[in-house]
Design a binder for this molecule. Structure first.
Ligand SMILES: CC(C)(COP(=O)(O)OP(=O)(O)OC[C@H]1O[C@@H](n2cnc3c(N)ncnc32)[C@H](O)[C@@H]1OP(=O)(O)O)[C@@H](O)C(=O)NCCC(=O)NCCS
Length: 413
């Protein structure tokens, strides 16, 4: 008997299944978390024939989101989230059934890309997702100097303003600003208005003595030109103030980014700033003179990308180099993508056509996802993750997909 995957008809059972799987503290706010950013018709459940009786065997959800691509277009994506399998139903193919369902539904809806944040790195590669964005977490000391002579004139016209995320109108401003900047910052994920309300949602249980989430806006001539989400934490050490600032998502062009960072390293009663989520090519690295100009630096995978429809996705983005390569694509879970494609790019425009010509390169669809936002994938040949039949063909493909600057990370969704 097969696993039944279908839209959720029972919000309480959906939520209770999630609460069991993620074993966190449960609260009244959980239902509000589910309501915001996860539309009712985008919640799906799986029931295995021998699965638990009171709860579902598995659940998943899709946030309707947009992503900016190399070249600046902003396109719809399926933001896969709330994925979980009941502890008694694991390793019996429930996730596999849900992923197969998700890919078919996404394709049927005409959405070419699915994106996610992975709880564990071993899960999603097999379903055709590739690590498309890396993120850095950087700690900066109070008073860090940022050197950027060519930006100073513009920075002088920018002022910064502190607000509280939950204040009326703030999340609307965050979204509008992020959408306006997305084209210049490929990889930016823009959620629905509700998703921003979710970022600002904090209950007394989750706050527990912390200050509410704040936001620092950068403004030029009365317009928002950037922002950074943050929270300060009080600490006294040997009678000296040594509090910290933790900054989550940062959304700003170069000058506004510099103005925001200068303000962050000058917050009274604090000694350090942790930037939790910046791109690996973020200008901050150059402004402080390299990794040792920071107090600490760590790297993680951020957004994972899956080409749900290779033919449609390939032409959505811009390419910085030309290529013309016949690629044998392996795709176990979206068989409509499998087989040979001529992937070409000329003067920035990409074209994908079906072909019977001999393959120059053979790879898994996850490699195309990993490179889709511009993250370099050239090293996968020597890593033995790609097969090349025509010498140099993979290098041409990887060079065309790569962008000059690494894509922007996103916060977990
Ligand atoms: C991760 C999770 C969803 C997997 O569900 P599942 O129903 O057990 O997965 P499946 O039975 O469909 O497994 C498919 C394959 O993936 C592998 N796999 C599943 N989870 C894995 C993991 N965490 N690490 C490595 N491999 C994993 C399985 O071994 C199986 O491999 P096979 O096809 O070679 O046999 C489940 O363990 C879970 O709910 N974990 C807790 C919540 C979570 O991490 N959710 C993901 C949110 S991003």
């Amino acid at each position: 008997m097969s696993i039944d995957v279908r839209p959720s008809a029972d919000a309480a059972a959906y939520l209770a299944t999630d609460q069991l799987i993620w074993f966190g503290e449960t609260s009244d706010a959980d239902a509000e978390h589910m309501r915001l950013g996860l539309p009712e018709d985008q919640r799906f459940v799986a029931d295995a024939p021998d699965g638990p009786e009171d709860l579902h065997s598995g659940i998943y959800g899709v946030r309707p989101m947009e992503v900016s691509l190399p070249g600046g277009s902003v396109v719809p994506v399926a933001g896969l989230t709330w994925v979980g399998v009941h502890p008694d139903a694991r390793r019996r193919g429930v996730l596999t059934a849900m992923m197969t369902d998700h890919l078919a539904r996404t394709r049927a809806a005409g959405t070419a890309l699915s994106v996610l944040h992975a709880s564990e790195t071993g899960i999603y590669g097999r379903f055709g997702y590739g690590t498309a964005v890396l993120t850095h977490q950087v700690t900066l000391g109070r008073g860090t100097t940022f050197t950027a002579p060519e930006l100073e004139e513009e920075v002088a016209r920018i002022s910064t303003h502190l607000a509280t995320m939950a204040d009326p109108g703030v999340t609307e401003r965050m979204r509008a600003c992020q959408l306006a900047l997305a084209g210049d910052l490929p990889g930016t994920i823009v959620g629905s208005p509700d998703f921003y309300s979710l970022l600002a949602l904090e209950t007394p249980e989750t706050l527990r003595g912390k200050e509410p989430r704040r936001i620092l806006f950068a403004r030029r001539e009365g317009e928002d030109v950037g922002w950074v989400g943050l929270r300060r934490e009080h600490k006294w050490s040997n009678a000296r103030p040594s509090g910290s600032v933790t900054a989550g998502l940062l959304c700003a062009g170069p000058a506004a980014r510099l103005a925001l960072l200068r303000r962050l390293v000058d917050v009274d009663l604090t000694g350090s700033v942790k930037l939790e989520n910046i791109g690996v090519d973020d200008p901050v690295h150059a402004w402080v003179g390299g990794p040792r100009g920071t107090g600490d630096l760590q790297t993680w995978d951020s957004t994972w990308v899956r080409l749900v429809d290779v033919g449609a996705a390939w032409s959505l983005r811009h390419y910085e180099d030309d290529c013309d390569v016949v690629v044998e694509v392996a795709d176990r879970h979206a068989p409509w993508n499998a087989g040979r494609w001529r992937l070409s790019a000329s003067s920035g425009t990409g074209t994908a056509t079906r072909t019977d010509a001999e393959a120059d390169v053979a790879l898994d669809v996850a490699v195309l996802g990993a490179g889709f936002l511009g993250h370099p994938v050239g090293g996968r040949l020597r890593a033995g993750l790609v097969r090349e039949h025509r010498p140099g063909a993979y290098a041409r493909l990887a060079r065309a997909m790569r962008t000059l600057v690494a894509p922007e990370p996103s916060i977990g969704f």
